[in-house]
Design a protein around this ligand. Structure first.
Ligand SMILES: O=C(O)CCC(=O)C(=O)O
Length: 242
């Protein structure tokens, strides 16, 4: 049975993002919550894939990014989030769509570091087939003050904007604004898909709790092969192609 309706597929294609409620049950969220903490507190050693997206030189990580958790824990690929988000991604973009990479992004309490406006395409090599989407799953409630995601509708239809790198090997940034964008608060277990070209950002976390998100990224199998042939597996340093 399809997970999402034809109307939802049409909305994603038109607007460049799509909210999907209750992809995971509370019990499933509980599994990911415990696992996530094992990554954050280094019980699972992800040192070589871990960095601070805020580009801060300080001792405290503000925005922890852990790339490719499923490389360290391949069983994740069979778990509900990867399986369900892949099914939805195929519905959104076609049967040739596969998982390219996954990641964890946590905004630590009271760190107040924004994720700057960017289009994910700026992080990737130029690919002839532009179909791509990320699925951003809330492990904690996500809302404005702890850094829920903001998207600029229809921005995936415009050309890639110029991006620059922030801080010490931090996130890429371009021009963007909350004024013409929508914020998507989420309950744990709900998610948002956004297209590779969709402009997005999040405010900093000014609350006393973590803001944990798990993200899967999808594109055509042939484009993943093209990336791998060029040595791209999303485990290395952040780069800009502009
Ligand atoms: O979690 C965040 O603040 C940023 C996430 C993001 O940029 C993405 O999933 O593409």
């Amino acid at each position: 049975m399809p997970f999402i309706s034809k109307e939802q597929v049409a909305f994603f294609k038109e607007e460049g993002y799509l909210l999907v409620l209750n992809v995971l049950s509370p019990k499933e969220v509980d599994y990911y919550s415990k696992l996530y903490n094992s990554f954050l507190n280094n019980e699972i050693d992800a040192t070589s894939y871990r960095s601070d997206l805020s580009g801060s030189d300080g001792v405290q990580e503000k925005i922890t990014q852990i790339m490719v958790p499923s490389k360290l824990m391949p069983e994740l690929l069979q778990r509900p989030f990867h399986q369900k988000s892949l099914r939805i991604a195929k519905q959104l973009m076609g049967d040739d769509i596969e998982l390219d990479f996954d990641m964890l992004i946590n905004k630590a309490p009271n760190t107040n570091a924004i994720t700057p406006w960017h289009q994910d395409t700026a992080y990737w090599i130029n690919m002839p087939d532009k179909r791509a989407a990320s699925c951003w799953l809330a492990i904690d409630p996500a809302f404005k003050d702890n850094g829920c995601m903001w998207y600029t509708p229809k921005s995936h239809r415009s050309p890639l904007l110029p991006h620059t790198q922030t801080g010490n090997k931090g996130a890429l940034q371009c021009e963007g604004s909350e004024e013409n964008s929508v914020c998507i608060p989420l309950k744990p277990g709900s998610c948002v898909f956004h297209a590779g070209g969709t402009l997005h950002y999040s405010r900093g976390n000014s609350t006393n709790d973590n803001r944990r998100a798990m993200i899967t990224n999808f594109r055509p199998k042939a484009m993943i092969a093209l990336e791998r042939a060029q040595g791209v597996d999303h485990t290395g340093e952040r780069k800009t192609r502009i």
